[in-house]
Ligand binder design. Structure first.
Ligand code: ZN
Ligand code: ZN
Length: 578
């Protein structure tokens, strides 16, 4: 078989077969299409030496088996539109022939009646014999790129290849929880899922039990969309968005705006630049989506997108709102970011930054238990409130130590006060009643011309916040009254802050974001500082006020306000319990 020039060029450009992971993806998707309930992926040297995918699907007949490795030949694509139909998995057409042209392949397949084994070398049939096989297909791709110059140019480090393949198999497993997946590299099992159809169990198989136990179930629907899945507690975050996984009609897709919406739902529950672990399945009639399939990525457009975003946002928010989010200190894993089975994909291909890939397999009883617990928790509708706790004193003038029958709590006094003030200011700004205080000494503020112009354009808006402001001479304003909720002694700072934010937000001005940002900044300024003496009475007041907030668990910047040391963990620390 001869490659067309076009195809050869594409391969040279690394466009079609970029990495071992693309080969794995292609083969695994074929296996899924074949109706398999079990798919086993075996690698040698991270796939660089060999990639073997074995399934128990419907198998191929003799013709199909070899035809799928010829260019533009595939049994699934009947017309152009099929390529864009999300119900057909995978980019069909050129990937398999491309892979064949740059590797040595063994295909063993049995459709229940006939068995056949083909050996292909650079896309040419070298050998064909009949086999004696069980139903299903096994395809082994060896020595990828062996016949291309500068072979290694196409491949990343073994570590990166393996990380990419693992990510790809993880996604396949998450989108097909009813299929048993096994991933093995150089004889070592890296992933094994049970095919039970339970998403939380699959999350457990992939991320480990510590993460799985910190996932919250979400579910909801509107006229067009049904969403289900799991979201991580805000204490579990990652430095990149790779663990926000959205699955539309059983296929992992990426939509930046949807990711942004998910991240916004966590606003103030976690720092904005840290990202949650999310596995969200979205079911929708395929006529309402428009999928653009490209071998390396998939773009998707949704009809009634605002409705979908609202559904996702509201479900995540309401789930977080009703959950007790005080992080428990667990002595065995003090560092939550150092999680099991986290594979960092290093795009810079830097061999220095290797992370050990470890996997722990759990006892199924433990898993069954927390899967059940999570379901029970989900069915409870009432909001869980911050437990009553009693202050004892403060450490370093910053961390308030409290206790109750559940153990010890540590509160960051600044963060806690910041949360209280933030919610107070935000409510006041969102609903400015006409109550203001005239200032004994009006404030006069001067600005550079460009800033003066921006502020002048927004005078009506500033006045709507109950700030009496007027032009006063060249490039300056005079402020004569301010809202009652301004904290005494901080009047000028608050006003300057508001005017400054108007200038910096200028073109992208949005009232909601403006109120949020001003409230957060002012809350920080007006709150008790670290290393500031606070009496027990003041501590009690602070804790009571914190308990009344909508989200008592984090400050407006997403940092924790309260941490819990359970009795059992204290006992463990002092070896009273083992
Ligand atoms: Zn602060
Ligand atoms: Zn803060």
């Amino acid at each position: 078989m001869l490659m067309s020039d076009n195809l050869a060029n594409k391969i040279a450009a690394g466009e079609v077969v970029e990495k071992c992971a693309s080969v794995v993806k292609e083969l695994v998707e074929n296996s899924i299409d074949a109706g398999s309930s079990e798919i086993k992926i075996e690698l040698e040297q991270s796939g660089v030496k060999s990639i073997k995918v074995t399934d128990n699907g419907c198998g191929m007949d003799n013709e199909d088996a070899v035809m799928c490795f010829y260019s533009h030949a595939t049994s699934k694509i009947k017309n152009e539109d099929d390529l864009y139909n999300i119900n057909t998995l995978g980019f069909r057409g050129e990937a398999l022939p491309s892979i064949a042209s740059v590797s040595n392949i063994t295909i063993k397949t049995c459709d229940g009646e006939n068995s056949v084994i083909y050996e292909l070398e650079a896309g040419k049939i070298k050998d064909k014999k009949s086999g004696d096989l069980r139903k299903g297909t096994s395809i082994e791709v060896k020595d990828l790129f062996y016949n291309t110059p500068a072979r290694l140019k196409y491949l990343n480090s073994l570590y990166t290849e393996l990380a990419n393949i693992t990510e790809c198999v993880n996604k396949a497993a998450l989108s097909n929880t009813n299929i048993r997946f096994t991933l093995i590299n150089d004889g070592k099992t890296l992933l094994k899922t049970d095919g039970s159809g339970n998403l939380l169990k699959t999350i457990n198989d992939i991320y480990g039990v510590k993460i799985a136990k910190k996932m919250l179930k979400i579910s909801g629907e509107n006229d067009d969309y049904q969403i289900d899945g799991y979201i991580s507690l805000p204490e579990i975050t990652k430095s990149n968005r790779n663990s926000i996984i959205t699955i539309v009609n059983k296929r992992v897709v990426r939509n930046q705006e949807l990711n942004r919406c998910i991240n916004e739902a966590y606003h103030t529950y976690k720092p904005d630049n840290r990202y949650p672990i999310i596995v969200l399945t979205i079911d929708v009639d395929s006529s309402l989506i428009d999928v653009n399939v490209h071998p390396s990525k998939m773009d998707i457009k949704f009809s009634n997108f605002d409705e979908l975003k609202k559904l996702v946002f509201d479900k995540i928010r309401s789930t977080l709102d009703k959950t007790l989010l005080v992080p428990d200190i667990d002595n065995s894993s003090l560092n939550v970011s150092n999680i099991v089975n986290e594979i960092k994909i290093d795009e810079s291909n830097d061999n220095e930054k290797k992370e050990e890939i470890t996997f722990d397999f759990q006892d199924t009883d433990v898993v069954d238990n927390f899967v059940k617990e999570e379901d029970e928790k989900y069915n409870k509708e009432e909001k869980i409130i911050l437990p009553k706790m009693y202050p004892i004193g403060a450490v370093l003038g910053t961390y308030i130590i409290c206790q109750n029958e559940n153990g010890m709590y540590i509160i960051d006094q600044h963060a806690a006060n910041e949360r209280i003030n933030y919610e107070k200011y935000k409510k006041a700004m969102g609903n400015p009643k006409n109550d203001k205080i005239s200032m004994l000494f009006p404030i006069n503020i001067e600005y550079p011309t460009n800033e003066f112009i921006i502020i002048k354009e927004n005078l009506d808006f500033i006045k709507s916040l109950n700030i009496d402001i007027e032009e006063f001479g060249v490039n300056s304003f005079i402020i004569k009254a301010h809202p009652t909720w301004f904290k005494e002694g901080y009047e000028e700072e608050f006003i300057r802050n508001i005017l400054e934010k108007i200038v910096t937000m200028e073109k992208n001005f949005n009232v909601e974001r403006f109120n949020d940002s001003v409230s957060a900044t002012m809350a920080c300024k007006a709150s008790i500082k670290g290393n500031e003496a606070v009496s027990i009475e003041e501590m009690e007041h602070l804790i009571n006020e914190l308990a009344k907030t909508d989200n008592p668990y984090t400050c407006p910047h997403g940092r924790p306000t309260v941490i819990h040391y359970p009795v059992y963990e204290l006992e463990k620390l002092f070896k009273r319990a083992m």
